[in-house]
Ligand binder design. Structure first.
Ligand SMILES: [Zn+2]
Length: 626
């Protein structure tokens, strides 16, 4: 199944910013005007129709049987089988979308939940009915494939799909080898499972008495809440207490993370890759240079991060900046309220730089019930866009509460929706679902364009400062902090690849060194206490196999796209035709290159840094005039 993963892990990690609490829902679903509720009847008129379509789909899975063992025999068989695969995948996605969105409307209702569970079972059946396809495609030789294309030109519609499977050939073993690798899979999740049980359930987290006499329980969530305290002594103690506890288990945490690295070494070796990084990036065909360029760029631009850290010190009124001073917000949060109409209005105005066609499509989305806007009792929290009903239209789930962050989230989700809309419209189903590496580009671009527009149109200096401050904080946490994580991940793998072992102590030394470099300890910018070198033990992302760097690259690419849209008249058409409409008709890096954003060079990072400096210029002017 290719499409159902559409609402992906990456999106869900970005969701965190837009979490809303169900309790803020003060109206029932039937009290909300229908134009603010999505219309699932566009998918199926009734649950009965859904059920009968599902039954037909289930029966039709038998049709795959006759193709088994034939795919390397003739172009016709291959073409017919892939056409069937795409048809059925498309139906499955539509069935799944209906059940899951119906259930998200009210997660407490049991009928939709049951429908969703039925879909999970059907999806498993589908996977097992089609599991012979990839391995059989791998047995088709290059020469044979050329002949197939000649014999059956219609097969060319599957070129990208077939190439993406075939390029894995040199990393695929004979059937016996593959069976051993598949069997080893049972052990692969253990390091992460052990880390997550240990850190979520068993670790004895401390309780700290805060200056107001209240007790703060410092597990991961309590730590991240209390580290932002505006009372300095509290946040210092929060750091000391939380990291002091982790430090006591340094050996255990180290053994867990080393087990993860050893697992990656196993796959690198048996799959014949020259590095763990190479293996991880090959899954999405991303060149290693994209990763190393990112790290080089972060180092080259540390002076800009230092400028930010000095500004932070000034705004918090401190003599000396410590690592525990990173989280309190720079400016008091200023309330910026919007109703839905005002949100719709400001989003359309901000995104009008993308041209009439884009705005027309936004109108269709708002006027034709693609969006489920308000929180209601039992509704799933957060926000997402679901573009997997290929023949229909994308949908958006929102929990709009009238704050600027909600407007920004709506602009973000509309970015996903427009990406899906244009790709679905312009690509055959097989190429419609955009690559994961590109998943957050259209959405973050919209967030940036919205913030720029709002900044240009508000007069109130406190609001301006608050908005600029939160923009700036995004640049620090994505461009620099995530890249520092990416560098740590790379270095710990390199240590193991060079035949050395990793202990908790060694990991702490490695992490502390990076922390001191990124935060300018030797330059006297930030004081970093040695204890904070244990921070690595708190980051679950090190178990995600070289995933975090994509937060930084997405942000750079989006920043570059937004900048180019504002500067270059030709960019908006290019962006719609060559990016939003491209789906996965090519790999991620060439698609971005097609709109002038080359992730193997430093240009995108440089543009993001330029923007970061402009934000700081603006903030300093406001502060100087206060
Ligand atoms: Zn997103």
């Amino acid at each position: 199944m290719y499409k159902l993963i559409g609402v992906s892990i990456m999106l869900s990690l970005f969701f965190i910013i837009s979490q809303t609490v169900g309790s803020e829902a003060n109206r029932n679903r039937d009290q909300i005007e229908s134009k603010y509720k999505w219309n699932l009847e566009d998918l199926y008129k009734t649950n009965d129709i859904w059920r009968s379509e599902k039954g037909k789909m289930e029966k039709s899975l038998d049709k795959f049987k006759k193709f088994q063992g034939t795919l390397n025999k003739s172009a016709d068989e291959l073409y017919d089988c892939l056409s069937l695969l795409m048809d059925k995948d498309k139906e499955l996605s539509r069935l799944y979308s209906y059940a899951s969105m119906l259930s998200d409307q009210n997660t407490k209702e049991s009928i939709p939940l049951g429908m969703k569970q039925e879909m999970d079972q059907l999806a498993t059946k589908f996977s097992s009915a089609t599991s012979f396809i990839d391995p059989e495609i791998l047995t088709i030789t290059k020469i044979q494939m050329k002949e197939f294309y000649k014999a059956k030109p219609e097969l060319k519609i599957f070129t990208q799909f077939l190439d993406d499977i075939q390029r894995r050939r040199e990393h695929t073993l004979d059937p016996v080898g593959e069976k051993i690798i598949a069997n080893a899979g049972i052990m692969a999740g253990s390091p992460d499972d052990i880390y997550s049980i240990f850190s979520n359930a068993d670790l004895p987290y401390p309780t700290l008495k805060l200056s107001d006499g209240k007790d703060a329980y410092l597990d991961a969530a309590g730590y991240s809440l209390n580290r932002a305290s505006s009372i300095r002594d509290d946040r210092r103690k929060v750091f000391e207490t939380f990291f002091g506890t982790l430090k006591k288990f340094e050996r255990t945490f180290g053994t867990q993370l080393y087990a993860q690295v050893k697992k990656d070494m196993f796959y690198k070796n048996v799959r014949k890759y020259s590095s763990c990084l190479g293996r991880a990036l090959d899954a999405n065909n991303i060149p290693i240079s994209v990763y190393t360029t990112l790290i080089d760029n972060a180092h080259k631009n540390l002076p800009t991060l230092y400028r930010y850290l000095k500004l932070r010190k000034r705004m918090l009124g401190l003599d000396e900046l410590h690592y525990y001073d990173m989280y309190p917000s720079l400016v008091k949060k200023v309330n910026m309220d919007y109703n839905v109409k005002a949100a719709e209005d400001v989003i359309k105005k901000a995104l009008s730089v993308l041209g009439d066609d884009y705005v027309q499509t936004l109108n269709i989305a708002f006027d034709n019930r693609w969006i489920d806007m308000y929180p209601t009792p039992g509704k799933r929290s957060g926000a997402y866009s679901n573009g997997s009903a290929y023949d229909i239209h994308p949908y958006i789930l929102m929990n709009f509460n009238g704050k600027y962050d909600d407007v920004s989230t709506l602009a973000h989700e509309l970015g996903h929706t427009m990406h899906s809309f244009y790709s679905n419209k312009n690509q055959p189903y097989v190429n419609a679902d955009y690559p994961i590496f590109l998943a957050e580009v259209a959405s973050i671009t919209n967030e940036i364009l919205l913030a720029d527009y709002v900044l240009d149109h508000i007069k109130n200096q406190d609001k301006k400062l608050s908005l600029l401050g939160s923009q700036l904080e995004s640049y620090r946490t994505t461009l620099f902090r995530q890249t520092m994580f990416a560098e740590f991940e790379l270095k710990m793998h390199e240590i193991a690849e060079n035949g050395k072992s990793l202990t908790g102590d060694a990991l702490t030394k490695l992490y502390l060194g990076l922390l001191k470099t990124y935060y300018g300890a030797d330059e006297g910018i930030t004081k970093i206490e040695d204890l904070y070198g244990i921070e690595w033990a708190y980051i679950p992302h090190f178990y995600y196999n070289f995933y975090v760097f994509q937060y930084a690259t997405s942000y750079c690419a989006s920043s570059a796209v937004a900048e180019k849209i504002l500067q270059d008249k030709g960019m908006k058409n290019k962006f719609i035709k060559k990016f939003l409409s491209a789906g996965n008709s090519n790999y991620a890096i060439p698609i971005l290159k097609g709109v002038g954003v080359d992730m193997t060079t430093s240009e995108p990072f440089d543009l993001a840094i330029k923007k970061m400096n402009i934000i700081m210029d603006k903030m300093e002017i406001i502060l100087d005039n206060k």
